[in-house]
Design a protein around this ligand. Structure first.
Ligand SMILES: Cc1cc2nc3c(=O)[nH]c(=O)nc-3n(C[C@H](O)[C@H](O)[C@H](O)COP(=O)(O)OP(=O)(O)OC[C@H]3O[C@@H](n4cnc5c(N)ncnc54)[C@H](O)[C@@H]3O)c2cc1C
Length: 426
């Protein structure tokens, strides 16, 4: 099968959807996803999305982001993100996103680890679902946007150093050539490479493998964030996240003797290390998390999803501790992009978790990733629009069947490359 479009976006998480919605309505846009449109990590985000509250918070917010990132962040990217945050939240409200509000109608803010002030907008503990479902509904309404589900990108198609489309495989196994003037990779994180992860298992870093194959520049691909608190289960499969905002609201970590052993609001990498040390000392595969300091009413209104899920697993968090364990959660590194989300290959952009624009440095500050994904996806859209009229389409000249099975070693290749970066880092 052959498809032709102006702009192809691979991935229907917040990065892909927001990029599509910010392109001019006269563009023909195709979004594809490997799974259903709802099966993205964007739908799983719990805690919230950061926003600069006022000018006085600029310096503290900037400093919190830099400190969490061990000062390895690209300062320009951090500035762009923070400065665009208010406009982004307004945009989301315009799409119908319902953030929690105070009785006077102003936005209500919560706090998470390593934030020096409350600056996180939220919707119960399902902020990601609230944002993504509203963006998806809008994308489905737009006549110029088409979404194809269960269509997996297996490679890009190139002409010299220019991307001219992709090779994809449909759910029925049909190989498909998709020609596009511009391609945006918005394929999310890499949790599918790990046994213990909060991510959807189908997020297997396909864009990274493809980038490696085509010598597209990568950045910090060994910077992988571990979340300190996921619900412990002896079963295999996706780990359920116990959002950091639970600790932000007062939950504490306890060892086997039910004593506190660390400051719960340090950056994630520091808290995760404290948990591993404690698990080793206790000789247990988990430590305990207690919500005894959070009023029951607050647990039920702010964290209803966490409350429900834990109850299904046999724990009533209003009455007892729950076992928690660190798990792979987020990918700070990725395909290197500039401040307009351009990769090192012409006409190829990357946005969201698969891209590295340097915002997060070595470690992400909680609730910065939805914002970063949205801000830099919009910048990709604006950049594409600005060059669109001068760009001539190039028709691919390939045997699409020759791409069948070319992705079979991708997982192994990426795992090995991440290890190589870890081992060779100074
Ligand atoms: C449990 C959990 C809680 C989180 N909580 C927060 C939070 O509170 N605040 C915050 O800021 N961040 C949070 N995050 C992180 C945040 O959700 C993600 O970083 C963000 O949603 C990434 O968006 P994305 O669009 O880049 O990727 P995703 O939303 O993961 O979307 C990736 C898309 O790419 C598609 N795809 C992948 N490979 C292919 C392929 N080969 N072909 C076709 N399609 C493909 C997928 O099917 C999917 O549609 C959380 C993450 C998790 C897992």
């Amino acid at each position: 099968m052959k498809i032709k479009t102006d702009i192809l976006i691979v991935g229907t998480g917040v990065a892909g959807l927001y990029c599509a919605l910010n392109l001019l309505p006269e563009r023909e846009i195709l979004l594809i996803t490997k799974a259903t449109a709802e099966e993205s990590d964007s739908f799983l985000a719990q805690g919230g999305i950061c926003m600069l509250r006022d000018d006085a918070d600029y310096e503290p917010y900037f400093e919190d982001t830099m400190r969490a990132g061990h000062y390895e962040n690209r300062k320009e990217s951090v500035e762009i993100m923070i400065r665009a945050s208010q406009e982004t939240i307004q945009d989301l409200v315009g799409y119908g996103v319902d953030f929690e509000r105070n009785p006077d109608g102003s936005l209500k803010f919560t706090k998470e680890g390593a934030h020096s002030a409350p600056r996180i907008c939220f919707h119960e503990d399902i902020t990601g679902k609230e944002i993504s479902s509203k963006l998806l509904a809008e994308a489905r309404r737009r006549k110029n946007i088409k979404i194809i589900e269960n269509m997996k990108m297996v490679d890009i198609i190139t002409s010299g150093n220019r991307c001219i489309g992709i090779a994809a495989e449909s759910g029925e196994g049909e190989m498909t050539e998709i020609a596009a003037k511009y391609t945006v990779l918005a394929t999310g994180g890499i949790g599918g490479l790990y046994h213990n992860s909060t991510n959807f298992p189908h997020l297997t870093a396909d864009s990274l493998a493809i980038a490696m194959k085509h010598k597209i520049e990568l950045e910090n691909i060994d910077y992988v964030q571990i979340h300190p608190t996921t619900l412990y289960s002896p079963r295999k499969g996706r780990r359920f996240l116990i959002s950091e905002s639970v600790r932000g609201e007062g939950a504490i970590l306890l060892n086997a003797a039910l004593e506190r052993f660390t400051d719960e609001l340090q950056p994630r990498d520091v808290v995760s290390k404290a948990l591993w040390k404690q698990m080793y000392e206790d000789d247990k595969p988990y430590v305990w998390l207690s919500m005894e300091n959070i009023p029951k009413e607050d647990i039920l209104t702010h964290f209803p999803n966490i409350y429900r899920h834990c109850l299904e697993e046999g724990y009533d968090v209003t009455k007892e501790c729950i076992p928690v364990v660190p798990a792979q959660h987020y990918f700070m590194g990725g395909i290197h992009v500039d401040k307009n989300s351009r990769t090192s290959m012409d006409n190829l952009y990357a946005a969201g978790e698969t891209a590295c624009n340097g915002v997060h440095g070595k470690n992400r500050l909680a609730s910065n990733s939805l914002l970063e994904s949205l801000v830099f996806a919009k910048r990709a859209a604006k950049d594409i629009d600005s060059g669109f009229d001068e760009c001539e389409a190039i028709a691919p000249d390939v045997d699409i069947e020759s791409y069948r099975g070319c992705d079979k070693d991708y997982v192994k290749t990426v795992r090995r490359e991440i290890e190589r970066w870890e081992l060779t880092r100074e």
